[in-house]
Design a protein around this ligand. Sequence first.
Ligand code: ATP
Length: 203
Amino acid sequence: MRLIAENLSGERGGEAVFAGIGFAIEDGQSLVVTGPNGSGKSTLLRVIAGLLPHLHGRIAIEGGGEDFPTVASACHYLGHQNAMKAALTVDENLAFWRRFSGDGRLSIADALEQVDLGGLGHLPFGYLSTGQKRRAAIAKLLVSHRPVWLLDEPTAGLDNASEARFTELMKAHCAAGGIVAAATHLPLGLGGATALEMGRAHG
Ligand SMILES: Nc1ncnc2c1ncn2[C@@H]1O[C@H](COP(=O)(O)OP(=O)(O)OP(=O)(O)O)[C@@H](O)[C@H]1O
């Protein structure tokens, strides 16, 4: 599978935010998007996910087969918001995402173990601490059948140990043939990632 962008431009509120973006990421590879505040990192990830339209250019998935015929069907987008319902338990939230995205590699209980939230699935999501909420949102990725992880500041609010654990989860996802595209201000520890710096001339 291959995620490709060609000469991509995006806009917010009628103003061009970026132009001339191009990349190709294959199975097992990652893209790390950096750049100053307001340079368009979040906009780019939302354009890739199909949550915002692009002005020009092309974004496509190649080799996705019957399971992933479109970019949107291949992607799991984790934005600044965790996209979990505060009043539902962690288990109920993850069960929703599992149904929505297709059964992933891990069960809900195993995914919670992976993010060190084992035994907390019965709690309402709203009871969790900020970092625990982010870890529960990361567990969404593990219970979902989506090869392309689109991550916007994924480690915001995580302590050092959780950050290191998430790096290992991203590496394992890539080692299993997945693709990671992440916008970040902090190093993510993804050796060999393709770097894309926003706020520079592209094209
Ligand atoms: N809904 C909107 N309407 C108009 N302009 C917007 C909207 N959302 C974002 N923008 C503008 O688009 C530009 C890019 O924003 P974006 O959130 O993509 O940047 P970013 O690189 O992710 O920033 P940060 O590092 O602060 O998260 C900014 O100038 C921002 O003010």
